[in-house]
Design a protein. Structure first.
Length: 480
């Protein structure tokens, strides 16, 4: 006769086995679905911008396999091989899990978990339980999964659950590896695209462009730089950029290069020498290049030809300070240059002579012979003054029939020498045949004493007064 209690025990045992087989079947089905979804998931990895999506997907899968209060993923930082927490499902557990992991690293538990390559359960400092499982591909450890198990869950984890956990983490590790690969590919493609764009801009730039190393040697240059200076590109490469500077600009290269390293940017006007030996003016802009550690490694240079602009500026300035009829300086030009000479004379203790000259009888010439002849008289007077004085002296037509000359670096005793030469040249002109008028001028001269300096206005006023006195002495000389 069968013992009833044995039947009850057998029934309970068979019930547990059926429940176990149902769990196994469910886990197998879940595993197959998980594998399929992870395959789809990995196919979209290339679209991801960070690894958080992969870790979130892993959390969802693990949640269906084992119970946990919180779960975190530590990934390997490639720079220093440290494990950094990259994901946690609950911020309230961040400090707790981080502190426990730090302890595991210090006591060697973490290293043991990495070697085991399987799930292990270890006690925490407060007698809770953490499940550790490495996340690794066949070639590289990618991270580790850390799950805090519930305190009230004392049942042993099914081997099937743990096996599927290993599958999830293996797939996650492969996904992370694929993500890193695709991210690297994206970065390379992006860099190649930037390089292609850079080359297009580099080649099409209207300005001459140079790429320099940290010492100023030329690593690359564009076609515009070749056209600017007339050298083939191969002639630039390897040479120091200052080789193509004029002697004047070359002296300041080291100073400007140091400023570039300190400030990251420099611009200014320099002179370059072409292959033909011509000196051209360029506006040079230099932008520093730094590596990822902010170390100066070189610069990009833009050279814009401003020679034509400089010529135009010089022409405009010349027009502004030049008398158009005679080609002498006008009043503005004379006063500007004279002020500079007075400062130099005072500094160098050199004397100056200022002559104030008036063309006599200009109104009479205009009235009798016409303004064309009057203009010729003004031009002739200008020519005589240029022959009388030196090229270093400042000669100007102030307006109408008035002229001024500033003779530089002379003594007061020399005034009569210039006056005598001036009168001699006038006499030579007047002795020419078939002249319609006699050329006559009145002259006054004042001296600038560097030991007793005065203004240009005072000098002109004194010379003008002496000129007027001489004109009065002539008592209205009659001109034929």
């Amino acid at each position: 006769m069968t013992n009833p209690s044995n039947k009850i025990n057998t029934k309970a045992y068979l019930g547990r086995r059926v429940k176990h087989l149902e769990d196994v079947e469910r886990f197998i089905i879940d595993g197959l679905e998980m594998a399929a979804s992870l395959g789809d998931f990995q196919s979209s990895i290339r679209k991801l911008s960070n690894a958080a999506t992969i870790l979130e997907e892993a959390r969802i899968r693990i949640q269906g396999l084992i119970p946990f209060e919180s779960i975190a993923f530590f990934l390997v930082e490639e720079k220093n091989n440290d494990f950094i927490m990259k994901y946690i499902d609950s911020e309230s557990y961040r400090s707790y899990i981080q502190n426990e992991v730090d302890c595991f690293i210090d006591n060697g538990t973490f290293a043991w978990a990495l070697r085991e390559m399987r799930p292990i359960i270890v006690p925490t400092s407060d007698s809770k339980r953490l499940l550790l499982h490495v996340m690794a591909t066949t070639t590289q450890v990618r991270g580790i999964c850390v799950a805090l198990l519930p305190q009230d869950y004392q049942h042993p984890l099914l081997n099937t659950s743990l096996s599927l956990l290993s599958t999830v983490l293996l797939n996650s590790a492969n996904a992370l590896e694929s993500f890193e690969l695709y991210r690297t590919i994206r970065e390379i493609n992006s860099n190649l695209e930037r390089i292609d764009n850079y080359r297009l801009l580099f080649a099409a730039a209207p300005d001459g462009v140079e790429v320099l190393d940290n010492s100023g040697n030329i690593l690359d240059s564009n076609d515009s730089q070749t056209k600017l200076l007339g050298y083939p590109q191969e002639a630039f490469l390897g040479n120091h950029s200052s080789v193509y500077f004029s002697e004047v600009s070359r002296a300041s290269f080291a100073k400007n290069h140091l400023l570039l390293q300190e400030k990251g940017y420099w611009e200014g006007e320099v002179e370059l020498v072409t292959a033909k030996g011509d000196i051209i003016s360029v506006w040079r802009k230099e932008k520093a290049i730094y590596d990822k550690d902010q170390k100066f490694i070189g610069s990009v240079v833009y050279n814009r030809d401003i020679t034509e602009r400089k010529l135009m500026e010089a022409e405009i300035i010349s027009l502004a300070i030049t008398d158009q009829l005679t080609g002498l300086h006008n009043r503005r030009g004379f006063l500007s240059l004279a002020e500079q000479q007075l400062k130099l004379a005072e500094r160098n203790k050199k004397g100056l002579l200022l002559y104030f000259v008036d063309l006599d009888g200009l109104k009479s010439i205009n009235d009798r012979l016409g303004h064309e002849e009057g203009d010729k008289a003004l031009i002739e007077t200008a020519a005589i003054l240029k022959d009388t004085f030196r090229t270093s002296d400042i000669i100007a037509r102030l307006g109408g029939d008035e002229y001024a000359i500033l003779a530089v670096d002379v003594a007061e005793a020399n005034s009569n020498i210039f006056t005598a030469r001036l009168q001699s040249l006038i006499n030579t002109r007047n002795n020419q045949e078939k002249r319609g008028y006699i050329l006559s001028i009145s002259v006054g001269c004042s001296y600038y004493n560097p030991e007793n300096p005065c203004s240009i206005g005072m000098l002109m006023s004194a010379a003008d007064k002496l000129m007027y006195e001489q004109k009065q002495k002539k008592k209205g000389m009659l001109l034929p």
